[in-house]
Design a protein around this ligand. Structure first.
Ligand SMILES: Cc1cc2nc3c(=O)[nH]c(=O)nc-3n(C[C@H](O)[C@H](O)[C@H](O)COP(=O)(O)OP(=O)(O)OC[C@H]3O[C@@H](n4cnc5c(N)ncnc54)[C@H](O)[C@@H]3O)c2cc1C
Length: 353
Protein backbone atom coordinates (compact mmCIF):
# COMPACT_ATOMS: atom_id res chain seq x y z
CA UNK A 1 0.00 0.00 0.00
CA UNK A 2 1.09 3.60 -0.31
CA UNK A 3 0.21 6.42 2.07
CA UNK A 4 0.36 10.20 1.95
CA UNK A 5 1.08 12.25 5.04
CA UNK A 6 0.68 16.00 5.19
CA UNK A 7 3.15 17.72 7.56
CA UNK A 8 6.60 16.61 8.73
CA UNK A 9 6.47 17.58 12.41
CA UNK A 10 6.76 15.02 15.23
CA UNK A 11 3.26 13.61 14.64
CA UNK A 12 3.60 13.22 10.85
CA UNK A 13 7.12 11.79 11.05
CA UNK A 14 6.13 9.34 13.79
CA UNK A 15 3.30 8.12 11.53
CA UNK A 16 5.68 7.94 8.56
CA UNK A 17 8.26 5.89 10.50
CA UNK A 18 5.58 3.43 11.67
CA UNK A 19 4.06 2.94 8.21
CA UNK A 20 7.39 2.79 6.35
CA UNK A 21 8.82 0.29 8.83
CA UNK A 22 5.81 -1.92 8.15
CA UNK A 23 6.92 -2.03 4.53
CA UNK A 24 4.57 0.53 2.98
CA UNK A 25 5.40 3.30 0.54
CA UNK A 26 5.09 6.63 2.35
CA UNK A 27 5.20 10.16 0.93
CA UNK A 28 5.38 13.06 3.39
CA UNK A 29 4.60 16.57 2.16
CA UNK A 30 6.08 19.46 4.13
CA UNK A 31 5.43 23.05 3.15
CA UNK A 32 8.61 24.36 4.80
CA UNK A 33 12.18 23.79 3.58
CA UNK A 34 13.14 21.30 6.30
CA UNK A 35 11.93 19.44 9.38
CA UNK A 36 11.96 21.56 12.52
CA UNK A 37 11.90 24.84 10.62
CA UNK A 38 8.93 25.95 12.79
CA UNK A 39 11.43 26.20 15.67
CA UNK A 40 14.74 27.95 16.11
CA UNK A 41 16.71 25.67 18.41
CA UNK A 42 14.44 25.96 21.48
CA UNK A 43 14.92 23.54 24.32
CA UNK A 44 11.55 21.90 24.97
CA UNK A 45 10.45 19.24 27.42
CA UNK A 46 8.89 15.87 26.70
CA UNK A 47 6.73 15.34 29.79
CA UNK A 48 7.32 12.10 31.63
CA UNK A 49 4.45 12.02 34.09
CA UNK A 50 1.25 11.20 32.21
CA UNK A 51 1.87 7.44 32.08
CA UNK A 52 3.63 4.87 34.21
CA UNK A 53 5.64 3.98 31.09
CA UNK A 54 8.73 6.15 30.71
CA UNK A 55 8.44 8.51 27.70
CA UNK A 56 11.68 7.25 26.12
CA UNK A 57 10.64 3.63 26.60
CA UNK A 58 7.40 4.52 24.88
CA UNK A 59 9.33 5.90 21.90
CA UNK A 60 11.58 2.84 21.73
CA UNK A 61 8.60 0.50 21.97
CA UNK A 62 7.14 2.34 18.97
CA UNK A 63 10.35 1.74 17.01
CA UNK A 64 11.66 5.31 17.39
CA UNK A 65 15.33 5.56 18.36
CA UNK A 66 16.41 8.17 20.91
CA UNK A 67 19.47 9.42 19.03
CA UNK A 68 18.80 13.15 19.46
CA UNK A 69 20.01 15.48 22.21
CA UNK A 70 17.92 14.36 25.16
CA UNK A 71 18.67 15.35 28.76
CA UNK A 72 16.71 13.83 31.65
CA UNK A 73 15.56 16.34 34.26
CA UNK A 74 15.28 14.83 37.72
CA UNK A 75 15.80 18.03 39.70
CA UNK A 76 14.34 21.46 39.05
CA UNK A 77 13.98 24.73 40.87
CA UNK A 78 10.61 26.37 41.18
CA UNK A 79 10.82 30.04 42.08
CA UNK A 80 8.61 33.09 42.41
CA UNK A 81 11.65 35.32 42.00
CA UNK A 82 12.02 35.75 45.75
CA UNK A 83 11.97 32.24 47.14
CA UNK A 84 13.31 29.01 45.57
CA UNK A 85 12.08 25.49 46.15
CA UNK A 86 13.80 22.42 44.92
CA UNK A 87 11.76 19.78 43.07
CA UNK A 88 13.02 16.21 42.94
CA UNK A 89 11.43 13.64 40.70
CA UNK A 90 11.55 9.93 41.49
CA UNK A 91 12.32 9.36 37.80
CA UNK A 92 13.00 12.06 35.19
CA UNK A 93 10.11 14.50 35.20
CA UNK A 94 10.98 15.77 31.76
CA UNK A 95 13.34 15.00 28.94
CA UNK A 96 14.84 18.13 27.46
CA UNK A 97 15.11 18.02 23.68
CA UNK A 98 16.19 20.54 21.08
CA UNK A 99 13.76 21.61 18.37
CA UNK A 100 14.72 22.98 14.97
CA UNK A 101 16.77 22.08 11.95
CA UNK A 102 20.19 21.48 13.59
CA UNK A 103 21.65 17.97 13.49
CA UNK A 104 20.93 16.99 17.12
CA UNK A 105 17.29 18.08 17.27
CA UNK A 106 14.28 15.82 17.75
CA UNK A 107 12.97 16.97 14.38
CA UNK A 108 16.10 16.05 12.42
CA UNK A 109 16.39 12.70 14.18
CA UNK A 110 12.80 11.82 13.23
CA UNK A 111 13.51 12.94 9.69
CA UNK A 112 16.58 10.67 9.44
CA UNK A 113 14.62 7.76 10.88
CA UNK A 114 11.75 8.30 8.43
CA UNK A 115 14.17 8.42 5.49
CA UNK A 116 16.06 5.34 6.73
CA UNK A 117 12.76 3.45 6.94
CA UNK A 118 12.16 4.30 3.27
CA UNK A 119 9.71 7.24 3.51
CA UNK A 120 10.01 9.92 0.83
CA UNK A 121 9.99 13.51 2.08
CA UNK A 122 8.85 16.28 -0.25
CA UNK A 123 9.88 19.69 1.07
CA UNK A 124 8.19 22.91 -0.02
CA UNK A 125 5.31 20.80 -1.28
CA UNK A 126 1.77 20.36 -0.14
CA UNK A 127 -1.35 18.49 -1.22
CA UNK A 128 -5.04 19.02 -0.55
CA UNK A 129 -5.74 17.66 2.97
CA UNK A 130 -8.60 15.63 1.50
CA UNK A 131 -6.07 13.69 -0.59
CA UNK A 132 -3.93 12.85 2.44
CA UNK A 133 -4.29 9.65 4.44
CA UNK A 134 -2.90 11.35 7.55
CA UNK A 135 -3.07 15.08 8.25
CA UNK A 136 -0.33 16.26 10.65
CA UNK A 137 -0.17 19.96 9.85
CA UNK A 138 0.21 21.32 13.38
CA UNK A 139 -1.82 24.13 14.99
CA UNK A 140 -5.32 24.57 13.62
CA UNK A 141 -6.54 28.03 12.63
CA UNK A 142 -5.82 31.09 14.72
CA UNK A 143 -7.03 30.01 18.15
CA UNK A 144 -4.06 31.30 20.10
CA UNK A 145 -4.15 30.96 23.87
CA UNK A 146 -0.55 31.75 24.73
CA UNK A 147 2.61 33.23 23.28
CA UNK A 148 6.16 32.29 24.07
CA UNK A 149 9.28 34.40 23.46
CA UNK A 150 12.83 33.80 24.51
CA UNK A 151 16.43 33.30 23.52
CA UNK A 152 18.71 30.33 23.04
CA UNK A 153 22.33 30.95 23.87
CA UNK A 154 25.74 29.51 24.59
CA UNK A 155 26.89 29.49 28.19
CA UNK A 156 29.36 27.97 30.60
CA UNK A 157 26.68 27.78 33.31
CA UNK A 158 26.05 24.31 34.75
CA UNK A 159 22.99 22.33 33.68
CA UNK A 160 19.80 23.52 35.35
CA UNK A 161 16.03 23.71 35.00
CA UNK A 162 14.30 26.66 36.63
CA UNK A 163 10.59 27.46 36.43
CA UNK A 164 9.57 30.99 37.37
CA UNK A 165 5.99 31.70 38.41
CA UNK A 166 5.67 35.45 38.68
CA UNK A 167 2.97 37.45 36.91
CA UNK A 168 5.44 40.25 36.16
CA UNK A 169 7.40 37.80 34.02
CA UNK A 170 4.55 35.67 32.69
CA UNK A 171 0.97 36.66 33.50
CA UNK A 172 -1.02 33.47 34.19
CA UNK A 173 1.85 31.53 32.63
CA UNK A 174 5.41 30.68 33.48
CA UNK A 175 8.95 31.55 32.49
CA UNK A 176 11.86 29.15 32.38
CA UNK A 177 15.62 28.83 32.25
CA UNK A 178 17.03 25.59 30.89
CA UNK A 179 20.72 24.79 30.46
CA UNK A 180 22.00 21.52 29.07
CA UNK A 181 25.61 20.88 28.06
CA UNK A 182 26.57 24.53 27.56
CA UNK A 183 23.39 25.31 25.60
CA UNK A 184 20.66 27.41 27.18
CA UNK A 185 17.10 28.53 26.59
CA UNK A 186 15.41 31.28 28.56
CA UNK A 187 11.84 32.20 27.74
CA UNK A 188 8.53 33.44 29.00
CA UNK A 189 5.07 32.15 28.13
CA UNK A 190 2.16 34.58 28.56
CA UNK A 191 -1.51 33.69 28.76
CA UNK A 192 -2.67 37.33 28.62
CA UNK A 193 -1.44 40.83 27.80
CA UNK A 194 0.37 39.62 24.66
CA UNK A 195 1.55 43.13 23.56
CA UNK A 196 3.76 43.28 26.65
CA UNK A 197 5.81 40.24 25.65
CA UNK A 198 9.09 42.09 24.96
CA UNK A 199 8.92 43.94 28.27
CA UNK A 200 8.13 40.69 30.10
CA UNK A 201 11.00 38.89 28.41
CA UNK A 202 13.41 41.70 29.36
CA UNK A 203 12.23 41.45 32.99
CA UNK A 204 12.53 37.65 32.92
CA UNK A 205 16.06 37.81 31.54
CA UNK A 206 17.21 40.33 34.13
CA UNK A 207 15.73 38.30 36.96
CA UNK A 208 16.85 34.82 35.90
CA UNK A 209 20.30 35.81 34.62
CA UNK A 210 21.21 37.68 37.80
CA UNK A 211 19.54 35.29 40.26
CA UNK A 212 21.23 32.17 38.82
CA UNK A 213 24.47 33.82 37.61
CA UNK A 214 23.99 32.71 34.02
CA UNK A 215 26.14 34.31 31.34
CA UNK A 216 24.26 34.51 28.06
CA UNK A 217 26.53 34.46 25.00
CA UNK A 218 25.41 34.78 21.41
CA UNK A 219 21.63 34.96 22.13
CA UNK A 220 19.29 34.03 19.26
CA UNK A 221 15.53 34.72 19.43
CA UNK A 222 13.04 31.85 19.65
CA UNK A 223 9.33 31.63 20.28
CA UNK A 224 5.94 30.72 18.98
CA UNK A 225 2.29 30.56 19.86
CA UNK A 226 0.09 27.96 21.53
CA UNK A 227 -3.27 26.86 20.16
CA UNK A 228 -6.01 24.90 21.86
CA UNK A 229 -9.45 23.51 21.10
CA UNK A 230 -11.64 21.12 23.00
CA UNK A 231 -13.22 20.04 19.73
CA UNK A 232 -10.55 17.57 18.78
CA UNK A 233 -11.22 16.06 15.34
CA UNK A 234 -9.40 12.83 14.62
CA UNK A 235 -11.01 12.13 11.26
CA UNK A 236 -12.24 14.34 8.43
CA UNK A 237 -13.57 12.48 5.41
CA UNK A 238 -11.18 9.58 5.01
CA UNK A 239 -8.14 11.47 6.41
CA UNK A 240 -6.94 10.69 9.93
CA UNK A 241 -5.85 13.74 11.93
CA UNK A 242 -3.01 13.62 14.45
CA UNK A 243 -1.01 15.92 16.74
CA UNK A 244 -1.96 19.55 16.96
CA UNK A 245 -3.83 19.23 13.64
CA UNK A 246 -6.31 17.04 15.51
CA UNK A 247 -6.42 19.58 18.35
CA UNK A 248 -4.10 17.76 20.73
CA UNK A 249 -2.46 20.21 23.11
CA UNK A 250 -2.15 20.69 26.84
CA UNK A 251 -4.09 23.78 27.86
CA UNK A 252 -2.34 24.06 31.23
CA UNK A 253 1.30 24.42 30.15
CA UNK A 254 1.50 23.63 26.43
CA UNK A 255 3.13 20.20 26.43
CA UNK A 256 2.22 18.81 23.01
CA UNK A 257 5.20 16.76 21.82
CA UNK A 258 4.37 13.51 23.51
CA UNK A 259 0.75 13.43 22.42
CA UNK A 260 1.84 14.44 18.90
CA UNK A 261 4.19 11.46 18.60
CA UNK A 262 1.82 9.10 20.38
CA UNK A 263 -1.02 10.07 18.05
CA UNK A 264 1.14 9.70 14.93
CA UNK A 265 2.17 6.21 15.98
CA UNK A 266 -1.39 5.40 17.09
CA UNK A 267 -3.05 6.51 13.85
CA UNK A 268 -0.51 4.60 11.75
CA UNK A 269 -1.11 1.53 13.93
CA UNK A 270 -4.86 1.82 13.34
CA UNK A 271 -4.25 2.04 9.58
CA UNK A 272 -2.06 -1.07 9.68
CA UNK A 273 -4.46 -3.07 11.83
CA UNK A 274 -7.70 -1.79 10.29
CA UNK A 275 -8.86 -0.29 13.62
CA UNK A 276 -11.06 2.77 14.07
CA UNK A 277 -8.75 5.73 14.81
CA UNK A 278 -11.59 8.02 15.89
CA UNK A 279 -12.69 5.65 18.66
CA UNK A 280 -9.13 4.82 19.68
CA UNK A 281 -8.08 8.48 19.81
CA UNK A 282 -11.19 9.57 21.70
CA UNK A 283 -10.46 6.95 24.34
CA UNK A 284 -6.79 7.87 24.54
CA UNK A 285 -6.81 11.67 24.43
CA UNK A 286 -10.19 13.26 25.17
CA UNK A 287 -9.94 12.84 28.92
CA UNK A 288 -6.57 14.62 29.04
CA UNK A 289 -7.91 17.54 26.97
CA UNK A 290 -10.83 18.06 29.33
CA UNK A 291 -8.61 17.68 32.39
CA UNK A 292 -6.29 20.38 31.06
CA UNK A 293 -9.22 22.83 30.82
CA UNK A 294 -9.96 22.31 34.53
CA UNK A 295 -6.24 22.48 35.39
CA UNK A 296 -5.90 25.85 33.69
CA UNK A 297 -9.08 27.13 35.36
CA UNK A 298 -7.67 26.19 38.77
CA UNK A 299 -4.19 27.51 37.96
CA UNK A 300 -5.51 30.90 36.83
CA UNK A 301 -7.81 31.24 39.80
CA UNK A 302 -5.11 30.53 42.36
CA UNK A 303 -3.96 34.05 41.42
CA UNK A 304 -1.05 35.14 43.62
CA UNK A 305 -1.09 31.91 45.62
CA UNK A 306 -0.12 29.83 42.57
CA UNK A 307 3.50 29.35 43.56
CA UNK A 308 2.76 28.58 47.22
CA UNK A 309 -0.12 26.20 46.48
CA UNK A 310 1.87 24.26 43.90
CA UNK A 311 4.87 23.99 46.22
CA UNK A 312 2.68 22.68 49.04
CA UNK A 313 1.01 20.12 46.77
CA UNK A 314 4.35 19.03 45.30
CA UNK A 315 5.76 18.58 48.79
CA UNK A 316 2.74 16.62 50.00
CA UNK A 317 2.59 14.05 47.24
CA UNK A 318 5.74 14.52 45.18
CA UNK A 319 5.61 16.34 41.83
CA UNK A 320 5.26 13.16 39.79
CA UNK A 321 2.21 11.92 41.67
CA UNK A 322 0.46 15.29 41.46
CA UNK A 323 1.20 15.80 37.78
CA UNK A 324 0.10 12.25 37.00
CA UNK A 325 -3.13 12.70 38.96
CA UNK A 326 -4.08 15.85 37.08
CA UNK A 327 -3.11 14.65 33.61
CA UNK A 328 -6.32 12.59 33.25
CA UNK A 329 -9.89 13.43 34.19
CA UNK A 330 -10.31 12.59 37.89
CA UNK A 331 -13.48 12.94 40.03
CA UNK A 332 -12.58 16.51 41.02
CA UNK A 333 -12.10 17.45 37.36
CA UNK A 334 -15.52 16.00 36.54
CA UNK A 335 -17.23 18.12 39.21
CA UNK A 336 -15.39 21.29 38.19
CA UNK A 337 -15.58 20.82 34.43
CA UNK A 338 -18.84 22.79 33.82
CA UNK A 339 -17.51 25.79 35.79
CA UNK A 340 -14.11 25.53 34.07
CA UNK A 341 -15.71 25.43 30.64
CA UNK A 342 -17.91 28.45 31.38
CA UNK A 343 -14.88 30.37 32.69
CA UNK A 344 -12.78 29.42 29.64
CA UNK A 345 -15.53 30.52 27.24
CA UNK A 346 -15.59 33.96 28.84
CA UNK A 347 -11.84 34.32 29.23
CA UNK A 348 -10.76 32.83 25.87
CA UNK A 349 -13.65 33.59 23.47
CA UNK A 350 -11.38 32.73 20.53
CA UNK A 351 -11.15 29.08 21.58
CA UNK A 352 -13.66 26.40 20.55
CA UNK A 353 -14.66 24.81 23.77
C1 LIG B 1 7.48 28.12 21.62
C2 LIG B 1 6.90 26.75 21.87
C3 LIG B 1 7.40 25.98 22.91
C4 LIG B 1 6.88 24.71 23.12
N1 LIG B 1 7.39 23.96 24.14
C5 LIG B 1 6.94 22.69 24.32
C6 LIG B 1 7.49 21.88 25.33
O1 LIG B 1 8.37 22.28 26.08
N2 LIG B 1 7.02 20.60 25.45
C7 LIG B 1 6.04 20.11 24.63
O2 LIG B 1 5.66 18.94 24.78
N3 LIG B 1 5.50 20.87 23.65
C8 LIG B 1 5.93 22.14 23.49
N4 LIG B 1 5.39 22.90 22.48
C9 LIG B 1 4.34 22.30 21.63
C10 LIG B 1 4.96 21.35 20.60
O3 LIG B 1 6.01 21.99 19.93
C11 LIG B 1 3.90 20.94 19.59
O4 LIG B 1 2.77 20.47 20.30
C12 LIG B 1 4.37 19.84 18.63
O5 LIG B 1 5.43 20.29 17.82
C13 LIG B 1 3.21 19.43 17.73
O6 LIG B 1 3.65 18.53 16.76
P1 LIG B 1 2.81 18.36 15.41
O7 LIG B 1 3.50 17.35 14.59
O8 LIG B 1 1.39 18.14 15.75
O9 LIG B 1 2.84 19.79 14.71
P2 LIG B 1 4.09 20.67 14.21
O10 LIG B 1 5.27 20.46 15.04
O11 LIG B 1 3.57 22.07 14.09
O12 LIG B 1 4.38 20.12 12.75
C14 LIG B 1 3.46 20.36 11.70
C15 LIG B 1 4.24 20.42 10.39
O13 LIG B 1 3.31 20.50 9.31
C16 LIG B 1 3.76 21.49 8.39
N5 LIG B 1 2.59 21.99 7.66
C17 LIG B 1 1.59 22.79 8.13
N6 LIG B 1 0.67 22.99 7.19
C18 LIG B 1 1.07 22.31 6.09
C19 LIG B 1 0.53 22.12 4.81
N7 LIG B 1 -0.65 22.66 4.43
N8 LIG B 1 1.22 21.36 3.91
C20 LIG B 1 2.40 20.78 4.25
N9 LIG B 1 2.96 20.93 5.48
C21 LIG B 1 2.30 21.66 6.38
C22 LIG B 1 4.43 22.52 9.24
O14 LIG B 1 5.34 23.30 8.49
C23 LIG B 1 5.12 21.66 10.32
O15 LIG B 1 6.41 21.28 9.92
C24 LIG B 1 5.86 24.20 22.27
C25 LIG B 1 5.34 24.98 21.24
C26 LIG B 1 5.84 26.25 21.05
C27 LIG B 1 5.26 27.09 19.93
Amino acid sequence: MSYRILGAGPSGLAAAITLAKAGHAVDVYERRGDCGARFGGDLQGIENWSTSLDALEELRAAGIAVDFHCAPISHAIQTNGVRDSSLSFARPGLYLVKRGAAHDTLDQSLKRQALAAGARLHFRESIDPERADIVATGPRGRKIFAIDRGVVFDTDAPDCAVVLMDDRAAPKGYAYLLVSGGYGCLATMLFEDFPSIHERLAYTRRLLESRYGVTVRNPRPVGGVGHFTLRAEFKKGSALHVGEAAGLQDFLWGFGIRSAIRSGVGAAGCVLEGRDWQAHADAQFSSALRASVVNRFLFENLRHGRYAVLMTLFKLGGPHALLRAISRLNPLHRVLFPAARAYTRRRYPQIEI
